[in-house]
Design a protein around this ligand. Structure first.
Ligand SMILES: Nc1ncnc2c1ncn2[C@@H]1O[C@H](COP(=O)(O)OP(=O)(O)OP(=O)(O)O)[C@@H](O)[C@H]1O
Length: 476
């Protein structure tokens, strides 16, 4: 696989609304830069050999110590025994675990079955993204099954910086690859719909380095916050709900309460509208040790919190760190904006309570599930006593070709397609749009079961279409 330069697409269509939101976003964008810088400094200093170490053998010794220490940490998360595991043994140990999983899953899933032959047979390999350490490519297996291939980026920051300091590409590769091994170990251990699935992995020799590792995982699409701001509320709500379901699981994971130390939108991808975490190399179960609550400071760029110290640990620090990050990177932008009127107080309560760290994941999840319930059952419409002034002619098995107009936030790029609970809601929408003269109930629905409706400027193109239902406004 050849490394390609990341091309940053700058072709965003910025509406007035987006302009406003971009201004809002500039704060986290700045924080993001600071965080990136922080991460770079953190990585750089973690690679720093002790000042006294200057000779080539001593440098190599120090680098190998780092590899061992990272490996010990990675092994703690995996299904491997902690002691006596030499790096090259872990492949076989992972194979054993894989075989066990296959047995458990009765061979039903394709996960865990893919290996080097799949990587060799991969077609249509295309670069999707990269970070400090890893590069990710999408590839088609067996002609159609799309997967992500994740490996250490030989031209990435981590490798380049390490080789510059220590001069050994093979050792630097091993240091970086432990991050991928840790990620694979966590994907194996943590099973949740909002954690990307590990389908398998491959160890092979390449670029003069023995035993390079490639993880084969579920494929997603990188999160684009700007695009998300243009999507319908239901989709944005789904992202927040998936995130809280994930954080609730991480707070009660089989490994203990797990925190994502590097928590940014780019650590997540979307798979069929569901948010899934992909970057797990900075996940940790360490809960800060403490003697008093003064040791339990949770620091963020715009806000600090002091947590309680109990039994020598800062209580709930991992869960709270995740939740506050979810608040500042996701909830504030995605949750309340353009939500159904009746849901806004509840959504604002969720945003405010997480922003103040008043709730844990349990309570946050319960409130989000409640919002989902209200939305799914159309209870958000109950207080809408508005009677429809207009009369409509109901035309069975009919649709309207053309006569489209654009609206925001539409499910269709060149028409006005919105999700509604029932016909009554569709009538209300039509009456609130000056251009609307008719609407067509499609047979498509959203993840919540809401029906997609196409709103039209007229009914000139009315024609028969089995299974569709059209309403045409009567009178002017
Ligand atoms: N399974 C996937 N499907 C699609 N894109 C992915 C997938 N996994 C990762 N990506 C994209 O590739 C980028 C790099 O992956 P990843 O975050 O694992 O690398 P990294 O080197 O650890 O990055 P960072 O330095 O930002 O932590 C991600 O930001 C994401 O956009």
């Amino acid at each position: 696989m050849k490394r390609r330069k990341v091309v940053v697409a700058a072709g965003f269509c910025l509406s007035f609304f987006l302009g406003t939101l971009l201004n809002l976003l500039s704060v986290p964008a700045f924080e993001h830069q600071q965080q990136q810088l922080g991460k770079q400094q953190q990585l750089d200093s973690s690679l720093e050999p002790p000042a006294a170490v200057t000779s080539a053998p001593a440098l190599l010794h120090s680098l190998r110590q780092q590899i061992r220490s990272r490996l010990r940490e990675a092994l703690r998360y995996g299904p491997f025994p902690e002691r006596g595991t030499r790096p090259l043994e872990r492949r076989r140990l992972m194979d054993l675990q894989r075989a066990r999983d296959e047995e458990r899953e009765h061979g039903g899933a394709s996960a865990g079955q893919l290996g080097c032959s799949s990587v060799e047979a991969a077609r249509d390999v295309r670069f999707v993204g990269s970070g400090y350490t890893k590069a990710v490519y999408r590839a088609a297996l067996n002609g159609s099954f799309a997967v992500a291939l994740k490996s250490v980026d030989f031209g990435g920051h981590d490798m380049e910086e390490c080789v510059r300091r220590y001069g050994s590409a093979a050792d630097c590769y091993r240091l970086a690859s432990v991050k991928l091994v840790k990620e694979m170990a966590l994907m194996e251990r943590l099973r949740h719909p909002n954690i990307l699935k590990l389908y398998g992995y491959c160890y092979q020799d390449s670029n003069d380095i023995k035993d390079t590792v490639t993880a084969i995982t579920e494929l997603g699409s990188p999160l684009e916050m700007i695009q998300l701001l243009q999507t319908p509320w239901e989709e944005r709500f789904r992202i927040c709900l998936s995130l809280v379901r994930l954080l609730h699981y991480l707070a009660h994971s089989p490994l203990g309460s797990l925190t994502l130390l590097d928590f940014r939108p780019r650590q997540f991808v979307l798979v069929d509208g569901e948010l899934k975490v992909t970057d797990l190399d900075d996940a940790s179960v360490e809960e800060t040790p403490c003697s008093t609550s003064a040791d339990c400071l949770l620091e963020f760029p715009a806000r600090n919190f002091t947590l309680q110290c109990s039994s020598g640990r800062c209580q709930g620090i991992n869960e709270k760190r995740n939740l506050y990050n979810a608040y500042r990177f996701f909830f504030t932008y995605l949750l309340p904006h353009s939500a159904p009127q009746a849901l806004r107080p509840l959504l604002e309560k969720i945003v405010n309570s997480t922003g103040e760290l008043l709730w844990g994941t349990e309570e946050t999840l319960a409130h989000l599930e409640k919002a989902l319930d209200i939305y799914r059952n159309g209870q958000y419409l109950i207080n809408e006593t508005q009677t429809h002034k207009t009369e409509y002619k109901r035309v069975l098995d009919a649709s309207i070709a053309g006569d489209n107009y654009r609206c925001w936030p539409s499910y269709q790029h060149d028409g006005c397609m919105l999700a509604v609970y029932d016909v009554r809601e569709a009538m209300g929408v039509c009456e609130s749009h000056a251009q609307c003269r008719a609407f067509v109930l499609t047979n498509q629905s959203t993840w919540t079961g809401h029906q997609l409706v196409l709103f039209k400027t007229g009914s000139v193109g009315l024609s028969s279409a089995k299974g569709k239902l059209t309403y045409v406004r009567l009178g002017s």
